[in-house]
Design a protein around this ligand. Sequence first.
Ligand code: ADP
Length: 811
Amino acid sequence: MEEQTVQNRAAKLPMLALRGLVVYPNMVLHFDVGRKKSVLALNEAMGSNQLIFLVAQKDIREDEPKDYDLYTVGVVAEVRQILKMPGDSLRVLVEGLYRARLLDILQENPFMTASVEEMPLKAIHTKAQRDTAEALVRTIKDLFEEYAYLTPQMPKDYMLNVMASDDPGYLCEYIAGNLMLKTQDKQSILEESSPIKRLELLVKILENENSVLSIEKDLYDKVKQQVDKNQREYFLREQMKVISSELGEGENLQDEAMEYFSRIEKLHLSKGTEEKLMKEAERLFKMPFNSQEATVIRTYLDTCLDLPWNKVTKDKIDIEKAKKLLDKDHYGLTRVKERILEILAVRKLAPEIKGQIICLVGPPGVGKTSIARSVAAALGRKYARISLGGVRDESDIRGHRKTYIGAMPGRIIDAVIKAGSKNAMILLDEVDKLGHDFRGDPASALLEVLDAEQNKTFRDHYIELEFDISDILFITTANNLGDIPEPLLDRMEIIDLSSYTREEKFHIAKNHLVVKQVKRNGLTAKQVKISDSAIYALIDYYTREAGVRKLERAIAALCRKAAKKIVENNESKIVFTDANITEYLGVHKYRPDSMLKKNEVGVVTGLAWTSVGGEIMMIEVNVVKGNGKIQLTGSLGDVMKESANIAISYIRSKAEKLKIDPDFYKDCDIHIHAPEGAVPKDGPSAGVTMTTALVSALTGVPVRREVAMTGEITLRGRVLPIGGLKEKTMAAYRAGVKTVIVPEENKPDIEEIDETVKKNLNFVFADDADTVLKTALLFATEPDQLLKEPLIHSGVDRNIKPALDTAVITQ
Ligand code: ADP
């Protein structure tokens, strides 16, 4: 059956169509055969010279391939072995012998036979061709190496075979035969007769294959990473358990960390936050139980887990109820309560509006803290207080970094933890006492806390996690508006609380403070009675303050004394009156301010405003023969000294009109003094007082003792407005003054003055020094006509008549 030409062998052979398989010469492989035609073809081959023509079919789905379904180039192979497999199929082992072209299909049934002709490879003749082939072989080896790297499961001997061979024909067929390539690609290499073109083809195929494989590998790695991460964490935790139990740090630590894990999980925190906390808990595993660092981590975790991440209370804004609560806890403060209720009403209508911060301003002990606490109670919010007095370091607000020994969270986070809810009410007490130094400015940190834009993601240095404090209601307090840093002030809604009058103090004490202190000291109302006269005595002789803090302390002291007496002497009831109070509290600590006993020359009643409220402040002036010296005593501040000089200048400019010797400043010494010399005083509001005292001393005209005054003076004698009118007039009223001279421009402030005070005082509004002098000095007649001769001594006895011809408002 075999015909052979000199060069090309030709043969008529049984033919087997291959599905998805291309066999090359020199290749030994086995495959399974099931189709009937194929089995018969194999039998035919086995019956003769064991040669068979193997050719790939174009479409593997075709069961009965016709000539046009087959490629035209295949391999003549020798069948080495046939194994019967279960069923009708066979497993054959073949060895490719040579490439052959299908010339004709001789028979289609019962099996196919074909006439074929050998297709030897073209030879490489020239050196150039050889070089090209060698270069291509090298490239192929490199590409194959990369291919092997990308498919780690490839058997090692493939690599060795490839690396060991330099024959282009063999290399091509070996590589194409053993790699998982597309049938089409394998076939195209088989069909190519030029060794160089074949190599080029293989280069292309390998390059393409490598790039696809590397993309596949990337994708695989990514997917694997994701899956691995979860598994890894699980493994690590399990591993840690084993490690720590091996180390004998056993159950405690594991249990502890596991407990942290479950506590963290339960909080359902944001992803970043949870991850960070989990990591910290994991670190706990790696440490000896009692180590310093484990303690630090434990404290840190406890602090973080104590934060009310998801705890909120429901606001219950009922204006009627809130009003009742505020009234129940606080006497008076009508306007303050009204403002608070207005703010609450707005909050009820528009709960989403945030950022407006209430600032309660007033002297100590007037009920700022206690109002704030009532607001929290009225809203049904948790309450915490932060005292900002003396805070000078930014880290007080924001905490210290964990790396510092003894690091702690800042006061904000601390208060949030104490309050225990994410929408608590936090009182920032004494914002005006914030300091700052080289360690940073706490005011700007506070600004961030209060800024609705920024406080959603507040970050404490210690906690190192973002915590939303935008739902927290901040209320601030301050004693002095002027000391609040400007940017903070901009954000605040100011509510003023001013000093209490004697009457108000009395009512607060009687209705609130006594009840509170009696209870706090374990007593009952039946056991102690503090009479009204005793309360007045406490207010007048044992305390001097704007608020009621010291009064409350004095009442507490009385209650303690009573408790002691009841226990020691078995007494059933103690009654305190103004008569017996000295027995318990000692001699009177204060004398109430009072007016001068008589009208004097050179002594004027001024009004001052201090942290304890309003006070009477006398100004005394002596003019004696000398050479123009001016002496100022009584711990006067710079502004007050300037006021004195302004007063002197003004009087010099008006000397003639006032019938004062224009050269008075040359031949006499002036001494101005403000008694209680040890108490520092300052401010411009004693300007009119000094002017009046100077004029009185220089003219010898006495000053009406029942007149008190306040006001700044200019060089032209204009009277400028002052602050603290409410407190100052209260002091005047307390001292028994009848008339107060007030700057014209302070007229609108009259409204704020306490009703009792208003009722009992005459107000004279002055816009220039003339009005002041006319009101305060006891001129015999009009000032310009009064004095023929300047008098430079005090205590002149004259025929005096009051000169109150200016507008006097009687309230
Ligand atoms: P502040 O915060 O202004 O310094 P507090 O709120 O601490 O003052 O007040 C001191 C004490 O006086 C508290 O016990 C408070 O309850 C009480 N108090 C102040 N004002 C009133 C008032 N109008 N009615 C009842 N008690 C008051």
